[in-house]
Design a protein around this ligand. Structure first.
Ligand code: NAP
Length: 250
């Protein structure tokens, strides 16, 4: 199956590193013009843009904290000015601030919700408005199997990512008649900066819980996102798709 996204404009939030980085690169390989959003890692975002443009595709970088409404407004104003449309949004930006419930600071609860859930709300609202004008669009929310498994020290993260699945379903119902498809992808344990400490700490104990017997790569997630962003996925909406080597069913 060939996926052709030429002529499409895609925004990937949190695309300077990890899963977002690879997703931006894969969307561009499929032909999309990609906006690489980042928050703090300007240099790394620039490297992603270079990698995309070197292979003959188009990319822009744009700094915005997805939890900040003014900065999200500026990001979408840039997209409107430059492309006057948006076909694909990947709400990928995310953080963890793990701690056991009794030690969890309210500020760490709020910060995780602000980035993982409020950020997706702010970006989806702006994107949906642009997509409705063309009666078409694909939104992919990067949740986590942490939302359906629970995990020690992750009451904040699990709740925010669970909220993101519910948000996906509610949006999908509202937006289906407008030609917009919205799905969630739930990664398992993917080797990135975010998971590096857990992988180092728990090592083989985590591997034993993954039937596929390996950690995921960012490309395992990007491949599914690119499919969901394509016309091949036109009849899929409101779904929460685990991409985890079987971790969530073991
Ligand atoms: P990562 O390597 O830590 O990268 C996180 C990315 O998010 C960075 O590009 C970072 O940008 C960006 N970001 C953070 N806060 C932001 C903000 N306020 N505004 C804009 N961008 C922001 O993480 P990852 O592992 O690739 O995770 C990507 C997504 O997958 C997250 O939503 C995460 O929860 C989810 N996920 C990951 C795993 C896993 O095992 N890795 C498992 C399940 C779900 P800057 O560096 O520029 O600040």
């Amino acid at each position: 199956m060939k996926i052709d996204l030429s002529g499409k404009v895609a925004l990937v939030t949190g695309a300077s590193r990890g899963i977002g980085r690879e997703t931006g690169i894969q969307l561009a390989k499929a032909g999309a013009k990609v906006i690489i959003n980042y928050n703090k890692s300007k240099e790394k975002a620039g490297e992603v843009k270079d990698e995309i443009t070197k292979s003959g595709n188009e990319a822009e970088i744009f700094q915005a904290d997805v939890s900040n409404p003014e900065e999200v407004g500026e990001l979408f104003a840039f997209i409107r000015d430059k492309y006057n449309k948006l076909d694909i949004l990947v709400n990928n930006a995310g953080i963890i601030k793990d701690n056991l419930l009794l030690a969890m600071k309210l500020s760490d609860w709020d910060k995780v919700f602000d980035t993982n859930l409020r950020g997706a709300f702010l970006c989806t609202k702006q994107a949906a408005e642009m997509m409705m004008a063309n009666h078409a669009g694909k939104i992919i929310n990067i949740s986590s199997i942490g939302a359906i498994r629970g995990g020690r020290g992750q009451t904040n993260y699990a709740s925010a990512k669970g909220g993101l699945i519910s948000f996906t379903r509610a949006c999908a119902v509202e937006m289906a008649g407008k030609g917009i498809r919205i799905n969630a992808v739930l990664p398992g344990m993917i080797a990135t900066d975010m998971s590096s400490r857990s992988i180092k700490r728990a090592g083989d104990r985590i591997l034993e819980r993954i039937p596929a017997n390996r950690y995921g790569n960012p490309s395992d997630i990007a491949n599914v996102v690119v499919f969901l962003a394509s016309d091949n996925a036109d009849y899929i909406t409101g779904q929460a798709i685990s991409v985890d080597g079987g971790m969530s069913i073991s």
